[in-house]
Design a protein around this ligand. Structure first.
Ligand code: NAP
Length: 347
């Protein structure tokens, strides 16, 4: 008999709906492959929430959201249901946090993550705020409750980064990392390199579901800098604040720069770097001119990738073609299944 794993999901936008679509289409396959039945026992958006301990119907949630704009209109739904009452009534094993976030107070994710850990739920984060502002506090809190906080979705989902570092680069020292970890800016720069305007690039990224609701977070490099903070903490054991990341966005790159680069066989990319300088760990986000045939220069559209600079293996690379809501939801699914494996519920 498959173990039942209950998920409480906060946020029902690109990522949350992507997860509901995956569960609607593939729950039975997941049950066969992994031996767990994944149930959405609670889903919240800004309009309220729906809860059902024996699992909400993903199709009904998607329909209610499309028609009424909120999951509160779905079966089991209530306007104003939120916060700790929502978590309690969901009876979930795992909180999946996929709401919009910010780097000022990291809400609502920070409160939800703390409340979930206090209730002995494990946590899977797609939102970055809580990690950028409170990484150590959250992990310490989770450690005291013997809970896990996984966050593959926050750093260039669905790229395998943490798993590659943790499971593959065993015995290998990561000296530095460089990567394209923001799909929106890569899409904008690609479209502009092909001759389109900045505005057309932003629209393409929004249609693909990769742009943050406020694209300034992407184009001014905040999103990439936030990822650098999380990567520096998790791969280099360094606590950087967002302000410590030297940050330059892509607004300064115009069509003439891209045309000039192209005539030299190069193109502009927004590159995130983390490196060691003696005992210090430094990070920067800035546009760079890259040869069109180099590993990062080749990445077009929404593609993302990272290069680990290592002592014993040289460059180790990971790239991915499809990003956006559903691929991020797949990354959340990967954290959920791997958590269930750690707990002995899944195979
Ligand atoms: N899209 C991606 O490719 C991607 C990749 C990695 C990480 N992420 C992160 O994942 C999160 C979700 O991304 P997204 O693309 O799905 O964003 P989105 O489409 O803008 O959806 C955000 C969702 O959060 C909900 N929300 C906002 N405040 C809330 C609150 N106080 N309580 C409950 N729900 C609340 C919104 O509710 P309403 O629907 O009622 O407005 C909406 O459903 C973000 O933090 C984003 O940075 C996204």
């Amino acid at each position: 008999v498959a173990a039942e794993v209950r998920l409480a999901l906060t946020g029902f936008g690109n990522v949350g709906q992507g997860l509901a679509q995956l569960l609607e289409a593939h729950s039975e396959e997941y049950e066969r492959r992994y031996g767990v039945r994944l149930l959405l026992s609670g889903v919240a958006d800004r309009g309220g929430a729906a809860v059902a301990s024996d699992g909400l119907d993903p199709g009904d949630l998607l329909h209610a959201k499309r028609v009424s704009g909120t999951v509160a209109a779905a079966s089991g739904g209530e306007a104003n249901l939120a916060g700790e009452t929502f978590l309690d009534r969901s009876g979930a094993d795992i909180l999946v946090e996929g709401a919009s976030t910010n780097f000022t107070d990291a809400e609502p994710g920070w409160s939800y993550a703390q409340s979930a850990v206090q209730r002995e739920m494990d946590v899977v984060l797609a939102s970055k705020g809580a990690l950028v502002l409170h990484f150590d506090r959250l992990m310490a809190m989770a450690g005291r409750k013997r809970r896990r906080v996984l966050f593959s979705g926050t750093i260039g989902a669905p790229l395998p980064i943490l798993e590659l570092a943790d499971r593959v680069l065993v015995g290998v020292r990561i000296l530095a990392l460089e990567g394209i970890v923001n799909a929106t800016t890569n899409q904008i720069l690609t479209v502009m390199a092909d001759g389109a305007s900045y505005e057309e690039g932003v629209r393409a990224a929004q249609q693909a579901g990769v742009a943050e609701s406020d694209p300034t977070l992407d184009v001014d490099g905040w999103d990439a800098a936030a990822k650098a903070v999380i990567l520096a903490r998790s791969l280099f054991n360094a606590s950087l604040r967002l302000d410590d990341v030297r940050r330059e966005g892509i607004r300064g790159i115009g069509p003439a720069d891209l045309a000039g680069a192209r005539s030299r066989g190069e193109t502009y990319k927004l590159v995130t770097r983390i490196w060691r300088d003696g005992s210090l760990v430094l990070a920067a986000v800035a546009p760079e001119c890259r040869p069109l045939n180099d590993i990062l220069g080749r990445l077009r559209g929404q593609e993302m990738g990272v290069v680990f600079k290592t002592d014993l293996l040289g460059d180790v690379t990971s790239t991915v073609q499809d990003t956006g809501g559903v691929p991020t939801a797949l990354t959340v699914l990967r954290d959920v299944i791997n958590l269930a494996r750690e707990r002995g519920w899944a195979r």
